[in-house]
Design a protein around this ligand. Sequence first.
Ligand code: GTP
Ligand code: MG
Length: 256
Amino acid sequence: MQKPTNSACEGCDLNQASNLKKLGINIDNNDYVVALAGNPNTGKSTVFNALTGLKQHTGNWPGKTVTRAEGGYNFNNNKYKIVDLPGTYSLLSTSQDEEVARNFILFGKPDVTIIVVDASRLERNLNLVLQILEITNKAVLCLNLMDEATRLDIEIDDRTLARDLGIPVVPTSARSKEGIPELLKTVHQVATGEIICKPHRIKNVPKNINNAIEKLRLEIEATYPNVPNSRWIALRLLDGDERIIEAVKTGEFITE
Ligand SMILES: Nc1nc2c(ncn2[C@@H]2O[C@H](COP(=O)(O)OP(=O)(O)OP(=O)(O)O)[C@@H](O)[C@H]2O)c(=O)[nH]1
Ligand SMILES: [Mg+2]
């Protein structure tokens, strides 16, 4: 017999929030790993706290996340480990705490990366978004601080944004938990492959550069067979990125 339902919207997104179980620091035996990345002060730790029930410091100052924090949650009978990263402006030249974020995004092999952006300052956030989309196939854009954007009369066409970026976009106001159920559901759909992302990538790489990248990429993979993002590493080597040169020499990222 079919299970009786109390209301027509029992299966709706908002109701799905009740499928969330906050697991605090319990991160053993997870099915999926989710990273929270984005510019500083976009609400990453606020999202993290809402999902895990933990109390990562949030705020302007002092409240900066400087090391990564890990927590767990259960959604639709799947166990997730979620990693709150320090804010970063770029994956290219990074300060020491930004490097914690960059290393995890690049080498931590998250199943899904939630890129948290400030909807009231979208343009300046897109630089990092595009960089992250160069190196991952599974990402969700969390368009946070929507309350702030609305207050400033900023309208965002999130459908067009999703189409142009090639990843799902979920508007949220994390401080008041608006949009969090939709975010959870979307992350779940990306993690399970129900939603396939087609991230925006830079096209038309000149042939000679492409050849050089490919040559290097094969060498990197021969030395470090399990390294993710070997093409990106090759590109950074060609660009003379000191930290990546160092990392390739020492193999430090292999331990991540
Ligand atoms: N108005 C509004 N404020 C928010 C929202 N989400 C987060 N905040 C506030 O924004 C500030 C920064 O939030 P955090 O969660 O610490 O941001 P973060 O991205 O973790 O910051 P870093 O760790 O420094 O990168 C805090 O004061 C939050 O309460 C939101 O949706 N709307
Ligand atoms: Mg933080």
